[in-house]
Each structure stands twice: as structure tokens, then as C-alpha cells.
Design a protein around this ligand. Structure first.
Ligand SMILES: Cc1cc2nc3c(=O)[nH]c(=O)nc-3n(C[C@H](O)[C@H](O)[C@H](O)COP(=O)(O)OP(=O)(O)OC[C@H]3O[C@@H](n4cnc5c(N)ncnc54)[C@H](O)[C@@H]3O)c2cc1C
Length: 581
């Protein structure tokens, strides 16, 4: 570009060539409109200063042959270096050329040119070089992961080996306990005899603990619940016989150092599950009971269950708070929640049990969620010594909370004390049999509210008339209607508050014992409520005497045996009796 400018500078043309035909003054003028460069130049000259602004291309003589050179030389010799509009001859500059000729912003660097291709031939590395490289690679510091990689591979391999071994030998080894359940109905699971205590000559307390119990507890399995009666089946592997036993929701928490008696605790939380106690009677002719009571501590036995013997029927109160579980101290037994009055009352029961036949009742009343109603218990036993003192204490606590009433009928050859017809009560209708009872109890509750409100209004009317009498000094007859209106408007709030929150419930009882003594018994209702359902449990002869012989010889295992004995005399029937043999 610079060369081109120099080439085009007219003053640089030699003076002797100016008149010659080789001189090309006209050629110095571009005919084409190189307006861009011109404007640019003019702008630049404008920027240069006011002195230069006056001198533009337009001021220059159009034809330099007409003495323009002198003028140019005279006034602005520098302007001669400017390329003025060529008049003709030279063609206009190609704009694409100009861009190519423009100075590049980034300098060309062949190294960064990614498109370049090299045809250089690299000689293969010599063995020495290769060896050096290899050594350098080895000497390079390794990352943490690279260092750990061999150990990780070995660990992975070991784990895979153990898993494969366990998987392959799982089914082949029946002694390996892979089941995570505490109990299973369809499979015998291993339990350990964790405690054994002789209660009397023929009664034993045996505590069973699920093998590897801690591992099995993660599933939060709840076995004990007062909504059902259940037993477990224990297998004797040698002669392959199975017998049922009733687990009690208790475990041995310690041993009294003096009496060597076990200290029993109730199973209250899920973390305490997986342990229970059995009370087993040993029969001299009994194959199984002899085998079971002869087991030593930490011996393994196979248990299956739970075998549900009876499920408590549905009651609308089941939707409300449960009755709190019994406790080892009387003061720590929580009071019953206040159940709504417009729902049918809980059912009351009577339990006739003999010997180990009392154990289902103990399971029911000492489990979490015990039955809400009252249970009258007739317990026939041969000797008081067959009952553990701690269980007797618990029975006493249950009585003090108004949940049960125990009648101990201790009977032996010297002093017989059998269950007689006088002790057997007649059945009453259940409080709940279906939706109709629900509507009935709501209606009864409404009637009760109306009665109470009426009594309140009458009281207020009486009070109002008395105050009027005292005001006027003489007895004036007050319009009955007017009093009713005022008393209604005044009493509505107080009456409703009275009914919703009975006066005696403002003081909250601290324990079930307090609740029973001060609130329930205070009502003057000391008689035991009549039962609507009866349980009979014990030896075959006992059941037969009390309620007739059960007959479970059918596919559904439904008791179809006719009702007999003492209960039949009192009007009990198959619908309100459960016989547990
Ligand atoms: C649901 C259910 C729960 C049970 N819970 C317990 C429990 O918690 N504790 C417990 O000790 N037993 C319980 N039993 C009874 C138990 O299953 C066995 O029947 C009992 O241990 C006797 O078995 P055995 O093999 O030693 O006697 P068997 O060989 O069956 O009988 C031998 C003899 O023992 C006597 N005998 C057997 N059973 C009784 C009995 N129940 N009453 C009176 N005499 C009998 C009879 O004279 C009989 O001829 C329960 C039974 C059932 C069905």
C-alpha cells in the first residue's frame, strides 16, 4: 500500500518527465469513486486540525497540468502525497484486495496452525530410550487410587467368594438360620432356652429367646397384642411330635439373689420382642412336657407361630385410643383414655380357666392393647404354689385398676372347691353387634343430653323465680315462656360446657388405680358388669363340665359341639362362648 502511494505521488515524478508523454498527470486521478478512502482521508484531515480542514481535495485544481503543481507546491507541499481522485487510466482497486492488504490483527504463527500437515518421519525409539521411558514411568509418583487398586481388587474378590459360598450352601445347610422373622406360621425357627425356673413340683417357667434375636429385631415385628389369643407350636425333633404352648408377654430381667426367683418384666416395646416366657406343666405320662421341661439352658428348640386361637371381634372403640398396657408397678399404669359417650360401651367378659388354661387370659390382659371391658375370672387351680408370686401381684394390680376380678378356686382332694352354678352368671346382650347398635347408642346419648339440659333449665327457672320473689318481696307469677327464653339464652353456654366436660373430669387422674378408685367406683357402681362373652379353657374334663365338649372336627375348625354343663343352664350359647382346649 505504501509503495502504491509512493508510486502515485505526483511531486515525486521527475521534473524532466513532467512534460513528456510518459508523464501521466491524468492517470493520477481516479475516475472511479474511491469515496471510502476519500472520505476517510477527509475525516482524518478534519481531525488533524482547523488549519488542515480548510485544505480539502476540492480546493485542489482538478487538472494538474493547468499549473496545479505550482499551487500545490506553494501552499501545501505535503498534500501532494495524497492520492487524489484519479481521472482515468488506472482501474479501481478491488475491495477484496484491500482486505487482504490490510494489516492482520493477529500475527501468523505456524505452530498454532492446526491445519498444517507435517510429513516428517520420526525414527523409532531405540531400546535404550524405551527402557529409559519405562523406568521413568515406574519412578513417577502414583495416585492414591492407583496405590489402592490392588487391595481393592483383592477385597472385591474375597467378598465375591464369600457371597458365592454362602449362596451355594444356603439351602444345603438347614442349620443356618437365614430367616429374619421372629416367628413364622409356616416354618419352625430356632429359639434358645435362655432361662428355666422350677415353680413347683410340676410347673416350670421357661424363657425362650429367638436365636440371633438382635439381628431379627430390625423388622419391628410385634407379636403381642391384646386383640387376639395365640399360641406357638414346639417340635420335638426326635419323635417328630408337636405341642401348643401359650407365650406370655414377659421376660426375665434379673434374678432375686435371696429367693432365686426370676424378676419378670412385661414386653412393652418392639425392642423387647423376640423373648417370651412359657409356663409348662410336666405330666408324668406326658411325653412332650417331660422332654420340654428336661431341656437345659441354651439348648435350641424349634418354634412355629403365631397360631391364632381367637381374634377379638371388631368394636367401634377400636378407632379410638387403646387401653394402656399393665405395668410392673401400680402407680405407673396409665389411666384409660376418655372414650366418647355416643359410641357403644366396650364388651365385658367372663373367663373360666383351670390349671395352665388360665395362661391365655394372662396373655390377653398383660399384652399391649388389652381388652377395654371388664373381665370376671374364675381360676381353678390345685395349689397356690403353681402361680408365680409376681404374676399374682400383677393380677392384684389389674384388679385395683378395675379391669378384672379374680376368683381363685383352689381345690384339692382334701378341700374341694369346684365351680358351681351359683358362681356362673347369665349372659347379657353385647354392646355392639353392628351398625344398628351404633345408631342406638347415638340416640341414647342424645336423649341423655336432652334430659340433662332439661334438668338444667328447670334449675335455672327455679333460681330465677326465687330471685324475683326476693326482689319484689312477694311471690309474683312470672310468665313461664319468658323465663324459658331467658334461661335458654343464658344457660346454653354453661350447659354445653357442663355436658362436654363433666365436672368430675376436670381433675385428671394420674394412674389407672386413681381413675378407678376416685372416678369410676365413686359413681357407686361396685357390682361387676354382666358379661356378654365367655371363655372356657383347661383340660378336656374341665371344659366338658363347664360348657360341654367342643367339636372342631370340620374343615373350617369351627366349634360345632353342643353347649352343655353349667353355662347351658345359665342360657349361654355357641355364639357367645369360646372353648379353648
Ligand atoms: C392352644 C393350647 C395352648 C396350650 N398352652 C399350654 C401352656 O401354656 N402350658 C402347658 O403346660 N400346656 C399347654 N397346652 C397343653 C400342651 O399342648 C400339651 O397338651 C401338654 O403339655 C401335654 O402334652 P404331653 O405330650 O406331655 O402329654 P400327652 O402325652 O399329650 O398326654 C399325656 C397325659 O397327660 C395328661 N394331660 C395332657 N394334657 C393335659 C391337659 N391340658 N390338662 C390335663 N391333663 C393333661 C393326660 O392325663 C394325658 O393322658 C396347650 C394346649 C393348647 C391346645
Amino acid at each position: 500500500m505504501q509503495n502504491l502511494k509512493l508510486f502515485l505521488r505526483p511531486q515525486l515524478v521527475a521534473p524532466h518527465l513532467r512534460g513528456s508523454p510518459l508523464n501521466f498527470p491524468k492517470a493520477l486521478r481516479y475516475k472511479s469513486s474511491d469515496s471510502d478512502s476519500e472520505t476517510k482521508n477527509s475525516n482524518e484531515s478534519n481531525k488533524a486540525g482547523p488549519s488542515e480542514n480548510n485544505i480539502t481535495d476540492n480546493n485542489l485544481p482538478i487538472n494538474r497540468t493547468e499549473g496545479a503543481h505550482d499551487l500545490t507546491e506553494k501552499f501545501n507541499p505535503d498534500l501532494s502525497s495524497k492520492v487524489t481522485k484519479p481521472s482515468s487510466a488506472l482501474p479501481a482497486m478491488d475491495p477484496s484486495l484491500r482486505t487482504l492488504m490490510a494489516k492482520t490483527k493477529v500475527e501468523y504463527n505456524p505452530v498454532t496452525n492446526s491445519q498444517q500437515q507435517s510429513y516428517e518421519f520420526k525414527a523409532p525409539k531405540t531400546p535404550k530410550q524405551l527402557y529409559k521411558e519405562k523406568m521413568a514411568e515406574k519412578a513417577r509418583p502414583k495416585s492414591k487410587l492407583r496405590k489402592l487398586l490392588p487391595s481393592l481388587i483383592i477385597c472385591g474378590g474375597l467378598c465375591w467368594g464369600i457371597f458365592t459360598y454362602k449362596y451355594m450352601t444356603k439351602d444345603s445347610n438347614p442349620n443356618v438360620d437365614t430367616d429374619s422373622a421372629l416367628l413364622r406360621e409356616d416354618k419352625f425357627l430356632p429359639y434358645l432356652i435362655s432361662f428355666k425356673h422350677k415353680i413347683n413340683d410340676d410347673h416350670y417357667l421357661i424363657e425362650l429367646t429367638r436365636k440371633n434375636r438382635a439381628e431379627k429385631l430390625i423388622h419391628n415385628e410385634q407379636l403381642f397384642n391384646g386383640d387376639r389369643l395365640w399360641s406357638v407350636e414346639i417340635m420335638q425333633p426326635d419323635i417328630n411330635i408337636v405341642r401348643n404352648y401359650t407365650p406370655l408377654p414377659m421376660y426375665v430381667a434379673g434374678i432375686d439373689p435371696n429367693t432365686k426367683e426370676p424378676h419378670l418384666r412385661l414386653v412393652k416395646e418392639l425392642a423387647e420382642e423376640g423373648k417370651f416366657i412359657l409356663i409348662v406343666k410336666r405330666y408324668n405320662e406326658g411325653e412332650f412336657s417331660r422332654w420340654l421341661t428336661g431341656r437345659n439352658l441354651l439348648e435350641e428348640i424349634n418354634v412355629r407361630g403365631p397360631i391364632v386361637e381367637y381374634k377379638m371381634p371388631y368394636h367401634p372403640l377400636n378407632r379410638y385410643d387403646e387401653r394402656p398396657q399393665m405395668s410392673n408397678t401400680l402407680s405407673s399404669i396409665k389411666p384409660d383414655p376418655i372414650w366418647p359417650e355416643n359410641v357403644p360401651k366396650p364388651e365385658n367378659y367372663v373367663f373360666y380357666g383351670a390349671g395352665t388354661g388360665i395362661l391365655p387370659l394372662f396373655q390377653l390382659i398383660y399384652s399391649p392393647n388389652p381388652p377395654r371391658g371388664f373381665t370376671d375370672v374364675f381360676y381353678s387351680l390345685r395349689d397356690e404354689s403353681e402361680l408365680l408370686p409376681q404374676i399374682k401381684t400383677l393380677n392384684f394390680f389389674a384388679e385395683k385398676c378395675g379391669r378384672v376380678k379374680f376368683h381363685y378356686l383352689i381345690s384339692n382332694d382334701k378341700k374341694p372347691n369346684h365351680l358351681t352354678a351359683e358362681k356362673v352368671s347369665s349372659p347379657t346382650l353385647p354392646n355392639f353387634t353392628g351398625g344398628w347398635d351404633l345408631r342406638m347408642s347415638e340416640e341414647v346419648y342424645k336423649q341423655k343430653l336432652l334430659r340433662e339440659k332439661k334438668a338444667e333449665v328447670e334449675k335455672q327457672m327455679e333460681r330465677a323465680s326465687n330471685s324475683l320473689k326476693s326482689l319484689t318481696g312477694n311471690a309474683t307469677l312470672v310468665s313461664k315462656d319468658a323465663v324459658i327464653v331467658t334461661s335458654d339464652s343464658n344457660s346454653s353456654s354453661s350447659a354445653s360446657s357442663t355436658y362436654i366436660q363433666p365436672t368430675n373430669s376436670r381433675i385428671k387422674p394420674e394412674s389407672a388405680y386413681q381413675q378407678w378408685v376416685f372416678f369410676k367406683r365413686a359413681k357407686g357402681d361396685s357390682t361387676t358388669p354382666p358379661p356378654s362373652f365367655a371363655f372356657v379353657c383347661g383340660p378336656e374334663s374341665y371344659i366338658s363340665d363347664v360348657s360341654g365338649k367342643p367339636d372342631l372336627n370340620n374343615l373350617e375348625k369351627k366349634d360345632n359341639g353342643p353347649i352343655g354343663g353349667l353355662l347351658m343352664e345359665k342360657g349361654w350359647n355357641l355364639n357367645n362362648i369360646k372353648r379353648l382346649q
